[in-house]
Design a protein around this ligand. Structure first.
Ligand code: PGA
Length: 255
């Protein structure tokens, strides 16, 4: 590897969705015990916002914490929403943006993803921008155009930030379905995303961690994370249990 080659950081992230209250959060963190040391992946957790304070109080220093969504405005009359400054003040360092459930259940659009990405960066939150095609889009041969459109839109809000963001490729057909993309599927899509990042941000693209998400389990995590351009994983269901999440973190290769 040449001195100029930059390796993206390995990352294993858990998206708890609408699970895990404060007590469950504390119990999870007390039981989380992956191998630590040089070359081990960064561990990120995205608890529900109501459990963030418990997570901040209980998390060891090697666990980064984020929120699952933010609003693009800094403050105002937006009942039920959380702004980037509020998330930061509560101890979040990261924010999931454009998760497929936000896009497909709550109708979030590319333009909103861009505005949320920009809001996160404005306030020092690291965005983890999710992209991914539906099964119908994949069957119609539209997978790459869809994920590139989503990435391009997000980059409108990310441009100029250098490497201060992560991308998660999460094919919608693989989320919560038990249907995992093969390591080759993930490598193909993530190679396409890396190529577009290189066009847009040059050599910094090689430092952006691109995660795979969709039915990642302890048994398939190692082979997914061994695939080219898969710098880590974003885990839903299998991140709810400390032992299973510990096994996924331990399945990450040293970098
Ligand atoms: P899953 O969810 O691991 O339960 O498929 C992944 C995600 O939605 O981030």
């Amino acid at each position: 590897m040449s001195a100029t080659t930059r390796v993206p950081r390995g990352v294993v992230a858990g998206n708890w969705k609408m699970h895990m209250g404060p007590d469950e959060t504390r119990a999870f963190l007390a039981a989380l015990s992956p191998r630590q040391g040089p070359g081990r992946p960064q561990v990120l957790l995205f608890p529900p916002a109501v459990s963030l304070a418990a997570a901040v109080a209980a998390a060891p220093s090697w666990v980064g914490l984020g929120v699952q969504n933010i609003h693009w405005e800094d403050k105002g009359a937006f009942t039920g929403e959380i702004s980037a400054p509020l998330a930061r003040a509560a101890g979040a360092t990261h924010a999931l943006i454009g998760h497929s459930e936000r896009r497909h259940v709550f109708g979030e659009k590319d333009a909103e993803v861009a505005r949320k990405s920009a809001a996160a960066l404005r306030h020092g939150l690291i965005p983890v921008v999710c992209v991914g095609e539906t099964l119908a889009e994949r069957r119609a041969g539209q997978a790459n155009p869809v994920i590139l459109r989503q990435l391009d839109a997000a980059l409108e809000g990310l441009t100029g930030s250098g490497v201060g963001f992560l991308i998660a490729y999460e094919p919608v057909w693989a989320i919560g379905t038990g249907e995992t993309a093969t390591p080759q599927d993930a490598a193909d899509a993530q190679g396409v995303l890396r190529g577009r990042l290189r066009e847009r941000i040059g050599g910094d693209a090689d430092r952006v961690s691109i995660l795979y998400g969709g039915s990642v389990k302890p048994d398939n995590a190692a082979e997914l994370m061994a695939a080219p351009n898969v710098d880590g994983v974003l885990v839903g269901g299998a991140s709810l249990e400390a032992l299973s999440f510990t096994r996924i973190v331990d399945a990450a290769p040293d970098r």
